[in-house]
Design a protein around this ligand. Structure first.
Ligand SMILES: [Ca+2]
Ligand SMILES: [Ca+2]
Ligand SMILES: [Ca+2]
Length: 353
């Protein structure tokens, strides 16, 4: 081959590599880690994982697991960090991520979970959890830092953040328990004095070495499992009226009757679009009565505003009044188009006279 042919081949290879990287980076939501489907010792490339900076190991391991039999083992040694990530084509405004983290009690130090920028020599992260097996704590770093309690190395810890990039807040969960509400976060696109324009479209896992006396001194073995990224469906709020036309909405829990509830239409919501089978009030679906199994629902303009509303009836004795929140009941459901909605109204419980 002459130089021209070599150059041509190189261009072909580059085009092929580019095509490959585009395919590999197409991570779509919802996304599960895919670790269980990967052979121990292999890299989970099929489910979209990419390496930003590489240490000794980033492979699927069957040594420990949070669920199933496999997890993702990251060890930064002998480099500064092992950073594995998923490239998100679009980060939705309401976005939830979760991961379970296990810091190896013998060789582990710190595991990080969250957003990062694209430069391999940086371990800069945003809106991320730090699971620290050395100093033994869990914390979240958003626009502020929130301490989320102790962490013991050699144990699994499940972290989850529900991010709202419009409100710029996050709700945080540790081991399935709500740990912090409305924590301020960094926007998904911003300008940084040192890094320039930053877009938080890379989400991943990091295991970072400790730098002492001009050299990296630690292996840092951290296992990750049960990684899940998804868009958060935000429920539409609609107006409802329990016992239309009456207030307070007093209900006798022992009544053999029905409680009427109106789902009110407006210029932005048509109650006729409600899929009645999806509706639930205090744990109960719409009542069905009679030999023919008539669903107790019909359209009627209950508030006289010209919009036809949906009047639903529920069996009073089936309602779980233990689900009331400070005397408020929530009615949930979905439209035929799959739009989730909820509506709230008060209930006053009345004992039998
Ligand atoms: Ca697993
Ligand atoms: Ca009422
Ligand atoms: Ca109406």
């Amino acid at each position: 081959m002459d130089k021209g042919e070599v150059a041509f081949l190189l261009v072909l290879l580059m085009v092929a590599a580019l095509a490959l990287s585009v395919t590999a980076s197409a991570a779509t939501l919802p996304l599960d880690d895919g670790f269980e489907a990967v052979a121990a010792g292999a890299y989970p490339v099929e489910s979209g994982w990419l390496t930003l900076s590489s240490g000794k190991s980033a492979w699927v391991s069957d040594e420990v697991a949070y669920s199933g039999s496999k997890s993702f083992r990251l060890d930064c040694w002998p480099w500064s960090a092992s950073t594995e990530y998923l490239h998100l084509e679009e980060v939705p405004d309401r976005f939830s991520y979760q991961a379970s983290v296990y810091v190896d009690p013998r060789h582990g130090l710190v595991g990080l979970v969250g957003f990062m920028d694209g430069s391999p020599d940086q371990s800069v992260m945003w809106n991320y959890f730090r699971v620290d097996g050395g100093a033994r704590f869990i914390a979240f770093y958003g626009a502020t830092t929130v301490d989320l309690g102790p962490y013991i190395p050699g144990t699994w810890c499940a972290v989850r953040a529900d991010l709202d990039y419009q409100a710029l807040t996050a709700d945080l969960w540790v081991d399935g328990e709500l740990a912090a509400l409305g924590v301020p976060i960094t926007p998904k696109e911003f300008h940084d004095a040192a890094l320039g324009e930053v877009a938080l479209d890379k989400w991943g896992l990091n295991s970072t070495n400790r730098y002492e006396y001009r050299s990296f001194v630690f292996s840092n073995v951290v296992y990750y499992d049960d990684v899940r990224l998804e868009a958060v469906e935000s429920a539409l709020t609609v107006d409802i009226d329990i016992k239309p036309g009456s207030y307070p909405n007093s209900v006798n829990p022992r009544s053999r009757g029905l409680v009427p509830v109106a789902v009110l239409s407006s210029d932005s919501f048509d109650a006729a679009e409600v899929d009645i089978e999806t509706v639930s009030l205090l744990g109960v679906g719409v009542a069905v009565r009679g030999r023919n199994g008539r669903v107790m629902a019909h359209e009627e303009d209950v508030d006289g505003d010209g919009w036809l509303d949906l009047l639903l009836h529920f069996e009073t004795r089936q309602l779980d009044f233990g689900q009331l929140e400070d005397g408020w009941a929530v009615l949930t459901g979905a439209t035929y188009d799959g739009v989730q909605f909820e509506g709230w109204d008060e209930v006053r419980l009345r004992s039998r006279r």
